[in-house]
Design a protein around this ligand. Structure first.
Ligand code: ZN
Length: 142
């Protein structure tokens, strides 16, 4: 949030309630909250899909061996499981970024402690490492 937005927020908040002690969400906090919501919804939706496939398979509604429509339920389960793993990893990353924000360490690389570039934080608000450190660890895609 820019300082101008923050002023506007305080003004509108003050007008509504007359209370000024509530701090506005700072930029990264609201962005991380938004990302957390998106990730949580994605996990819920993927979990539902996974359960649907399992239920359908148990009901005999789909047939692994003879489904002419293509993918087997086992394959679909694997795909959704992989997406769920990625979504959970994303959520964990967001939680880590929120923890660092609470500690006042947000925007600082968790590995080398140098400042993470503003452009990188804009693109990846949940990242906890600078570009160089993230690139050095090819297992993580941020
Ligand atoms: Zn670093």
């Amino acid at each position: 949030m820019s300082s101008r937005e923050a002023r506007q927020w305080r003004r509108s908040c003050g007008r509504r309630s007359g209370i000024h002690h509530v701090r506005p969400l700072s930029g990264p906090a609201s962005r991380l909250a938004e990302l957390r919501l998106i990730a949580s919804r994605r996990i819920a939706s993927l979990t539902r899909s996974f359960d649907d496939i399992v239920t359908a398979a148990a009901d005999g509604a789909t047939d692994d061996e003879h489904d002419p429509e293509g993918h087997t339920t086992a394959w679909e389960r694997q795909q959704i499981a992989a997406l769920l793993t990625a979504a959970n990893a994303k959520l964990a990353e967001i939680a880590e970024a929120e923890a660092r924000l609470a500690e006042g360490l947000y925007g600082r690389c968790a590995a080398c402690e140098l400042e993470i570039s503003r452009a990188r934080l804009e693109a990846l608000p949940a990242t906890t490492r600078c570009k160089a450190c993230a690139a050095a660890n090819i297992k993580r895609h941020d």
